[in-house]
Design a protein around this ligand. Structure first.
Ligand SMILES: [Zn+2]
Length: 157
């Protein structure tokens, strides 16, 4: 399944640093490892496929240990929710939280609940953290191709 990449660079508050989607930084692996949930007969959500696109902060010196998730309806081709999730569960803003400064929709709350269900899979939680580490490691390597992506001019959303 092909997952469309939404606009590139975005400025994030209150988590400050610029974030890029994992699929942009690691296209092949990103396509393969992007979580997609197929929803059928859930009263609060339209039937269809929802992709949970991961965005990570690209400041190599920042240790925020978070991921931002853009929930995209692949069926409606629309960004319907933005969720912040921290890996350290005892942290105050660990989430998952609907990000008040980014795109939400009437489906944001049910999508956040769906994301929480997906998070109950320890393999998925581990994968998110592994992707975060992979991004940070690549950013610290000046020869890594990730810098070609992250140096690009911002794409309007
Ligand atoms: Zn960060």
């Amino acid at each position: 399944m092909s997952v469309r990449v939404p606009g590139g660079k975005m400025k994030k508050e209150p988590f400050e640093a610029t974030q890029f989607s994992f699929i942009e930084m690691f296209p092949e692996q990103g396509q393969r490892e992007c979580r997609v949930a197929t929803v059928y007969d859930r009263p609060e959500l339209p039937n269809g496929a929802y992709a949970f696109l991961e965005l990570y902060c690209i400041d190599p010196t920042c240790d925020c240990r978070r991921v931002m998730i853009n929930v995209m309806s692949l069926t409606l081709k629309k960004h319907l929710a933005t969720i912040n999730y921290g890996f350290d569960r005892d942290e105050e803003m660990a989430g998952p939280l609907l990000d008040p400064l980014n795109i939400q929709s009437e489906y944001a709350r049910p999508l956040s609940r769906l994301f929480e269900e997906i998070l109950s899979d320890p393999a998925y939680r581990a994968r998110l953290e592994r992707h975060y580490q992979q991004v940070k490691l690549a950013l610290k390597d000046p020869t890594h191709s990730i810098h070609v992506t992250t140096a690009r001019a911002p794409i309007a959303p």
